[in-house]
Design a protein around this ligand. Structure first.
Ligand SMILES: [Zn+2]
Length: 222
């Protein structure tokens, strides 16, 4: 069941490792492949030691439909996000250090870069702490994400969502790139330059409607 899609989930998890957004077995990737079923990475397995069949098929209540492993410990929270954010067909959870680090000193990551405007469509909020593995982690993420594709989980990591795995991946990778750049700016101790709302909107529109090979890269609809 969903052989090809399970491979895509694993490949996405490997990319998180490649981009330095997780280490060893941290974080998770999940994908709502139909009304009934979700693919999800297993709990506590190192990604580069996994095979596609380690990715589980579960239902919307978290019951394992296919697979021998135990699903991610965050399953409850991830299903909550999918149920309450219909745009979240794919959900990626990372422990990316720069965005998470900025979340310890600010309530939102400001949209001071065109790349953040491209991928997040504005500043990215920091959600209050919810225990890892608890439903509260999902509730806090949904409460803070607004109409963005990513949210920082205070003291923990990041949630990125998308209409598919690629969009969710872009949201977390470019959030980290922006967070690194902002960290460099902050380290100088000088005031940070801001983008105007018009500059932000133009950057949003370029990526949403014109960038890439068809229909804009971050268009939230298919
Ligand atoms: Zn986590």
């Amino acid at each position: 069941m969903y052989e090809l899609e399970r491979k895509q989930v694993l490949n996405t998890a490997l990319k998180l490792d490649q981009y330095g957004l997780i280490a060893l077995m941290g974080g998770n990737v999940s994908w709502r492949v139909s009304e009934k079923y979700v693919l999800i990475t297993p709990s506590g397995m190192v990604y580069d030691q996994m095979v596609a069949t380690d990715v589980l098929v579960i239902d919307m209540e978290g019951n394992v439909v296919e697979g021998e492993r135990k699903p991610s410990v965050d399953t409850k929270a991830l299903l909550y996000i999918m149920k309450h954010k219909p745009s979240a067909k794919a959900v990626i959870h990372t422990h990316q250090p720069y965005a998470t680090g900025l979340g310890l000193v600010m309530d939102k990551i400001p949209c001071n870069l065109s790349t953040l405007a491209n991928s997040a469509e504005g500043s990215v909020n920091v959600a209050p702490y919810g225990d890892p593995g608890s439903l509260s982690m999902g509730i806090q993420a949904v409460g803070a994400i607004g109409d963005r594709l990513s949210v920082v989980l205070k003291h923990h990591g990041v949630i990125g969502i998308g209409k598919d795995l690629q969009q969710a991946l872009v949201s977390v990778v470019y959030l980290e790139e922006a967070a690194k750049t902002i960290s460099v700016a902050l380290s100088t101790g000088k005031p940070m330059a801001e983008m105007t709302p018009k500059q932000i909107q133009t950057a949003v529109d370029v990526f949403r409607y014109h960038y890439g090979q068809s229909n804009g890269y971050m268009n939230k609809k298919d």
